[in-house]
Write a protein that binds this ligand. Sequence first.
Ligand SMILES: NCc1[nH]cc(CCC(=O)O)c1CC(=O)O
Length: 320
Amino acid sequence: MIATSSRPVRIGSRKSQLALVQTEWVQAQLQTHHRDRAFEVVTMTTQGDNILDVALAKIGDKGLFTKELELSMLRGETDLAVHSLKDLPTKLPDGLVLAAITEREDPADALVLGAKWTGHTIDTLPEGTVIGTSSLRRLAQLRHHYPHLTFKDVRGNLNTRLAKLDAGEYDALILAVAGLRRLGFGDRISQVLPATVSLYAVGQGALGIECRADDTDILALVKTLEHPETAARCLAERAFLRQLEGGCQVPIGVHTVIENGQLTLTGLVASLNGQRLVKDSLTGDAASAEELGTRLALKLREQGASEILEEIFATVRPER
Ligand SMILES: NCc1[nH]cc(CCC(=O)O)c1CC(=O)O
């Protein structure tokens, strides 16, 4: 007799190539850990996949890439969802939880140069070179360090962006190392940007698995994929962001390391023009990761981050 629990576990995913590669990896991992269960992938389009003509920074809404996946779990049509952790809002809808965080790829940002700039680094690119990025975080930090470069918004999936670079619309792009490597474009990386140039996005390079809070069966299945060190780092980063954000995208970057159980979190809040950067670090027990994140956020607020954030909320808060 087939038990009810042998019904396939349904994994929700976006349809983008990167999302599918990530979800299929999670599916394969779950299958290895739970050979007696069946796992199937259910794909869906999210709001963020449809809005391709508006600069992402101007869309204040949280959860653009996650909402449809969450609604499907709440309706009982899927059992879990796989997200790029950096796209998952720091506050989840009632009834859903972040059940596991998987091992992180390199969380850094990468410089991808157009063919005519081969041999250059971000430091040697001349005045007026056009850099494509759609992230306020990358924009603010790079404007700060390289005011002579020109920045231009770029949208679309990774393939589209690389095609635009190759067509000469940009001289270079800044993209996450993780996404490039996962899609087999690791050889396009010209330079991995050091923390002195660009602090990464909260959760960048890690996958977040979300499920219903009361689904003990799925919670237990998914927990087997958790990577404790990545989880501690990302929980600190997410607590930091949660304390600072106020309903729209802001230039916030982080860097985390764990050594002998001690977690060091570096965080940065920047003004949009990159002229003001507030940056500091805290070290504490990795077991109290979230508390560390919150404390660092409050510390930055005391150092001027609150003024920067208020100014940004006043400028880019979307009209509704
Ligand atoms: N915002 C888009 C996005 N969401 C996740 C990744 C890939 C990297 C990751 O897993 O963090 C990317 C692309 C990018 O930022 O270059």
